[in-house]
Ligand binder design. Structure first.
Ligand code: CAA
Length: 262
């Protein structure tokens, strides 16, 4: 099937294939808008349901896995739009329904929702060029796609607080040291490495693969749902603040924000 915002292809020689999904809004550094998240969710569910597919790899461009939720779309949002429209939950979390393994292959920027999307995958393979960050605070909001919950679980409280409160980025080497990514490879080997890992997974029995994934997620998630629900409500509330309007307007106007702290 053809999609507007993603590319899909099947790879592999064995009986089970790997579905490769490439986020494809290069001019916007793969900023995650509704159209892209709808396409991604549809493709993920279709591949998950296809008995010929054993693993899914999600990747972006050389410059950006994804630079976050689409600020141009969000800048106009009100609290009613986010809370009433169930922003994020409505189409970002389809990936959590996927029972087959999903590997994120990350080169370049994985920021905000891009970092959060990578963390929603089962594991992350990074190119040496990868940069991870949760810079939402710079535009007057905070992470809203699970970042406040998954990042501390992945890298510990101190580093997560540092990244979320200062908006500093982590390079691939630091991300590997911190346990955010499972492997780091040269950029020109990224897709081959991810497809190689996927091919190994495809060679195993699917019930054991799927049950193992389910069990690791059970260990990882614990009370994650409560944490994400709580985060979502506060994220929605931010669209009632003047600082959200100012932060996003400043980004789009390419100027420094002047926050009023209310
Ligand atoms: N949303 C919309 N457009 C974006 C975008 C985003 N998140 N990130 C980049 N773009 C656009 C830019 O506006 C620019 O468009 P134009 O060419 O039309 O001006 C284009 O992509 C290229 O970006 P830059 O010129 O800024 O490229 P750069 O190399 O100088 O900088 C960058 C790259 C550091 C990633 C910078 O683009 C940036 O800081 N982006 C925003 C990152 C961010 O704040 N992400 C968090 C978003 S909020 C969020 O994700 C909420 C949540 O938790 C769900």
């Amino acid at each position: 099937m053809d999609y507007e915002h993603i590319l899909t292809e099947l790879r592999g020689d064995g009986p089970l294939k790997t579905a490769l999904i490439t986020l494809n809004r290069p001019k916007q550094l793969n900023a995650l808008n509704d159209g892209l998240m709808n396409d991604l969710g549809h493709a993920l569910l279709a591949f998950d349901a296809d008995p010929a597919i054993g693993c899914i790899v999600v990747t972006g461009s050389e410059k950006a896995f994804a630079a976050g939720a689409d600020i141009a779309a969000m800048a106009k949002y009100t609290f009613e739009d986010t809370y009433g429209g169930n922003f994020i939950t409505r189409n970002w979390e389809t990936i959590r329904q996927v029972r087959k393994p999903v590997i994120a292959a990350v080169a370049g920027f994985a920021l905000g929702g891009g970092c959060e999307l990578a963390m929603m995958c089962d594991f992350i393979i990074a190119a040496e060029t990868a940069k991870f960050g949760q810079p939402e605070i710079k535009i007057g909001i905070m992470p809203g796609a699970g970042g406040t919950q998954r990042l501390p679980r992945a890298v510990g409280k101190s580093k997560a607080m540092d990244m979320i409160l200062t908006a500093r980025m982590m390079d691939a080497a630091e991300a590997e040291r911190a346990g955010l990514v499972s492997r780091v490879v040269p950029a020109d080997k990224l897709i081959d490495e991810a497809l190689g890992a996927a091919a190994v997974i495809c060679s195993y029995g699917m019930p054991s693969v799927m049950m193992a994934k389910e069990c690791v997620n059970r260990a990882f998630e614990g009370s994650l749902s409560d944490g994400v629900s709580y985060e979502r409500r506060l994220f929605h509330a931010m669209f009632a603040t003047e600082d959200q309007k100012e932060g996003m307007d400043a980004f789009l106007s390419k100027r420094a924000p002047v926050f009023k702290h209310r």
